[in-house]
Design a protein around this ligand. Sequence first.
Ligand code: A3P
Length: 345
Amino acid sequence: MSSQPPNYTLLDADKTKEMLTLFNGERTGWVQAGEKKWFFPYKYTEEREGFYNFKPRPSDTWIISHPRSGTTVTQELIWLLSNNLDFETARKKTYMQRFPYLESSMDYHSAVMDELVKKNEGNLEKQEFCKSLARPVYETLEALPSPRFIQSHMPLSLKPGILDSGCKIIYMARNPKDVAVSWYIMHKSVVSLGYVGDFPTFWNYFKNDLTVFSPYWEHVKEAWAQRNHPNLLFMFYEELRADLLSAAKKVANFLGKNYNENQLSKLLDHLNIDNFRKNPAVNLYSWYNCGVYLNSEFFIGKGKTGNWKEFFSAEMEKEADEWITKNLEDTDLVFPIINTKDVCH
Ligand code: A3P
């Protein structure tokens, strides 16, 4: 039996008008769902039941995160650990084919999709590829045999029953300043987001829970509250950056996999950010070639902890630190690296 996702309201008219001038990938508006006011593009209203009622299987492995928290590298790590380090398939098939992104279709407003299809006129293959991005992945996933690998940015509370389903979940968190910068760069680099404003304006939206998949703090805290659940592994991107080998062993242990040092060394080499950048199965040049990405360099970026320093003024930094302190008051959540005084890797 299907259940009803929480009610939503439309973002107020003035805010919508203002934001539509800055976020060109959205053409209708945004909604806020449930008590926590999860922020989504309008297309969520058409697909929310599909997301909410999607049934996890005990044999699934999920990665859940707020966007730009190190999802892709962790996906690749999980997939390889779970598939006997099959580097050959990992290079042949894109990570999206091996590890589909559940909410991908929500990113594509129909008007933007029409423009993409038009842009690729005369090339049926590219047009078909574009159209495929807007098809609900929950339908494709339902038809996939087990074991499935699923990426999702939906918070845990919008996935009823997932923790009791027996599936394995890896949750990735990253410090909010770097998330905001990376999310901003992505917003400027993808037609489906199409942000044309500056970073301080974006940061204001992020901080005020007006970017897609916000509120950031609730997203992370919901998972943190489950960090001792036997089927959930809570990890920080910063720990992965600081010591990839230890992070890989931690994930392997969680998945019940065992590899020797030599095998792990090959895995680390595959995951190395410089190699990742050159790997078309993860740095999706095909998306660039058909105009979904506006530049080919952003998706696998610098992966630098503390990159936010290049984007925040001293005043913004002070304000951001106050915002972080306030949001950490009611929790024992501790980020490995968050403030200016912390060491960056
Ligand atoms: P930056 O934008 O700070 O460079 P996600 O996969 O959730 O979208 O996260 C994207 C972030 O992970 C980006 O951060 C990206 O550069 C970084 N990243 C991607 N591949 C990586 C890798 N192999 N190792 C480390 N970081 C990686």
